[in-house]
Ligand binder design. Structure first.
Ligand code: ZN
Length: 245
């Protein structure tokens, strides 16, 4: 069974550096925001990790135990090989110095080339705090002469996925074609039964219907079946135009 690491980053088993690390305020945000892209990159042989900042609990129909089991199931569906929970407190997430040092330590221990964070404009205070925290930790990870574990390290790029609670007319920087991976994204979201099935309206238009419609919408904009949008603050750097579609 997939292990969700909950130890301090200094005690993490040593791993090959990750290609990308998706950092999520709550277990399910990574799946909601970019589950299709995660599955796609895993299938293409990339080393993908997910770091959940909090347990996401309490929620109306969940518990820490239920949510942990659901997270394991979702992780297995996406076939992600590394996942950890930083143990910060749900509903009380703040970009404190202490939290910055903790998350920077994860970056030093997993050494991802790219970090993915929640989009910066949101109504959920945990999400806004998470973005600020991740940005600060990215910078902090490269500091020398600290008591953080691991070697100094600076993730090359930082990008943003959309898992927002504002009704924003978002303008993504790019959209990934997830047509071949939509089913797995959907299954990974449904794995969070306590969040998206129990107590939710099942008749149209359910939350899952809306997520489906969103994926079709983003796919339509790039003339594909399903898509997933992303944002960036820094310009995109490309080796060639080959992967543009
Ligand atoms: Zn969330």
């Amino acid at each position: 069974m997939t292990k969700i690491h909950t130890c301090h980053p200094r005690d993490l088993p040593e791993i090959e550096p990750l290609d990308m690390l998706v950092v999520a305020p709550h277990p399910d945000d990574a799946e909601l925001g970019m589950g299709g892209t995660i599955a796609k990159m895993v299938d293409e042989g990339m080393r993908v990790g997910i770091l959940d900042l909090t347990t996401g609990e309490p929620t109306p129909n969940g518990s820490e135990e239920i949510r942990r089991a659901e997270t394991v199931k979702a992780t297995e569906i996406l076939n992600v090989s590394w996942r950890a929970n930083a143990g910060l407190i749900n509903r009380k997430l703040e970009a404190t110095l202490e939290a910055r040092q903790l998350i920077a330590s994860y970056f030093r221990m997993t050494r991802p080339r790219w970090i993915f964070a929640p989009y910066w404009n949101d109504a959920h205070p945990d999400h806004v705090a998470a973005t600020a925290l991740i940005e600060a930790a990215r910078f902090w990870a490269k500091l020398s002469k600290t008591d953080m574990p691991g070697e100094r390290f600076h993730p090359e790029r930082m990008y943003y996925y959309f898992c927002i609670h504002l009704r924003l007319a978002i303008e993504p920087a790019w959209i990934v074609d997830i047509s071949e991976h939509w089913q797995r994204k959907q299954a990974s979201i449904e794995a969070y039964h306590s969040q998206f099935v129990v107590g939710r309206p099942t008749e149209p238009i359910s939350m899952l219907d809306r997520l489906h419609a969103d994926a079709i919408h983003w796919g339509t904009l790039i003339a594909r079946h399903y898509g997933e949008p992303f944002a960036t603050k820094e310009p995109l750097a490309m080796n060639s135009l080959r992967d543009l579609i």
